[in-house]
Design a protein around this ligand. Structure first.
Ligand code: PRP
Ligand code: ZN
Ligand code: MG
Length: 223
């Protein structure tokens, strides 16, 4: 990886985290020149640029050193850490950011009388989070089939391709619309600042420390 003298932050190109993440960075004194439909935004005052990408790609970009920091859901970060493999650079959750709160939950058809995890044994569960779901199933000693889907997971039970699902729940609207209800909460999630476990030793390390200080100030004011 070529050395860089500007810090690069990855964030979601378009989605629920995009607006609040930009607003947070602005409140940290960062402003960017390009419009949001461009993938790269040049930082105006400070030597900090933005990369706008799919949220699922953010942990990998940090691990490869393409980006120094990322604003991403804890669910995406933790899933990456469980599935990336041993030679991937370890990442850290540097700060919880207090927005984009949601839960990763298992949901079952509304008509099912769900009482306990054991009932999931032998079922097929559709999810975009095979790592986190697999960890929970192992933790409960349950053997179930995991059907990995990239999106629209909630439709799987209606299609007959799964008996239950494991996906993010925010308002619960998507579950209701698909006649599902929450059975187990696997993870409480929110947007976090993610980065490498070890700070770069060049100027970027100093810039990250400065940014963290400002971030802590902004987060404190908001609380
Ligand atoms: C997310 C998530 C759920 C839904 C939950 O999907 O995967 O499907 O939002 O939100 P709710 O509880 O408020 O209904 P999103 O709309 O981001 O699309 P995706 O699944 O294609 O990523
Ligand atoms: Zn996504
Ligand atoms: Mg969805």
């Amino acid at each position: 990886m070529k050395p860089r003298d500007r810090l690069r932050i990855a964030m979601q190109k378009s989605g629920r985290l995009t607006e609040p993440a930009l607003e947070l960075l602005n409140r940290c004194g960062l402003s960017f020149r390009q419009s949001r439909d461009k993938l790269f935004c040049f930082g105006e005052g400070e030597p900090v640029d933005l990369l706008l990408v799919r949220d699922d790609d953010i942990p990998g970009l940090i691990a490869q050193g393409v980006c120094d920091l990322g604003i991403v859901g804890r669910n995406v970060l933790n899933e990456y850490q469980l599935t990336a493999g041993l030679d991937a650079a370890p990442l850290s959750e540097w700060r919880p950011l207090g927005f984009g709160r949601c839960r990763l939950s298992i949901a079952v058809p509304q008509e099912l009388d769900y009482q306990q995890p054991k009932q999931l044994a032998g079922t097929r569960i559709a999810t975009s989070y095979p790592g986190l779901l697999g960890q929970w199933l192992r933790g409960h000693g349950i053997e179930a089939g995991v059907v990995t889907l990239a999106g629209s997971v909630e439709i799987a039970p209606r299609l007959g391709t799964a008996d239950a699902i494991c996906d993010l729940v925010q308002s619960g609207g998507t579950l209701v619309a698909n006649q599902l209800r929450e059975a187990e909460v696997l993870l409480e999630s929110e947007a976090v600042l993610a980065g490498p476990q070890v700070l770069p030793t060049d100027e970027r390390g100093d810039m990250i420390e400065l940014l963290l200080k400002r971030l802590d100030g902004v987060i404190q004011v908001r609380e």
